[in-house]
Design a protein around this ligand. Structure first.
Ligand SMILES: Cc1cc2nc3c(=O)[nH]c(=O)nc-3n(C[C@H](O)[C@H](O)[C@H](O)COP(=O)(O)O)c2cc1C
Length: 178
């Protein structure tokens, strides 16, 4: 259903944008937009981030996340709950390398920038591209999210449709009030 909703968005880059919510060390929520980078398994998805960012520290303390994915053409919202997976070191390295190679030089550039969220300093450089020859940077972080629950809200019909699937329930569908 998610694939179908994404297809309705056509070639819009926004069809790959989702919001990642985490919990900060003081227990308060944080949310930001990330690009969906593909499915590792049927209910495991990949995101890419910077290991120097606030979210990286938050996830080390609290690996539970919620993702919110709005597909406006299909008029639906997916809410995905899960955990950031800790991968065996060799798998993580191989998967980071695979994602790094799949990025365009302009897409890689961000990982050549100074630490995200740090104070802007006059002398620092922000490259526009990192070529294929640039080795995998240390801060290039794979966030692999193992999904435990999916909720879909569809606004197309009256009344709105809301359903939930839980892994603990063999992904069987439960219909809810919208
Ligand atoms: C459309 C869009 C796509 C983004 N994609 C990513 C992404 O794939 N990975 C990422 O780390 N940050 C991405 N960002 C930046 C994040 O939203 C955020 O500003 C940054 O990761 C720092 O977040 P943090 O301080 O909470 O760690 C994107 C921002 C926008 C507006």
């Amino acid at each position: 259903m998610l694939r179908g909703a994404r297809e309705r968005e056509g070639r819009s880059p926004a069809a790959r944008w989702l919001q990642l919510a985490t919990v900060a060390a003081d227990g308060t929520p944080r949310v930001r937009t990330l690009v969906f980078r593909g499915w590792a398994e049927a209910s495991v998805l990949d995101l890419l981030s910077d290991g120097r960012s606030a979210k990286a520290a938050e996830l080390r303390q609290q690996p539970a996340v919620e993702l919110c994915w709005l597909l406006p053409r299909a008029r639906c919202q997916f809410r995905l709950r899960g955990q950031r997976l800790v991968l065996p070191a060799d798998v993580e390295q191989q998967q980071r390398q695979r994602h790094w190679q799949s990025l365009k030089p302009s897409g890689r550039a961000l990982w050549g920038w100074p630490a995200p969220g740090a104070a802007l300093a006059a002398a620092e450089e922000f490259p526009t591209e990192l070529s294929d020859e640039v080795p995998l940077p240390e801060p290039f972080e794979l966030l692999r999210i193992d999904l435990e629950q999916v909720e879909l809200l569809e606004l197309r019909d009256h009344p709105h449709q809301r359903r939930r699937w839980c892994r603990s329930n063999e992904w069987s569908e439960k219909r809810l009030n919208p």
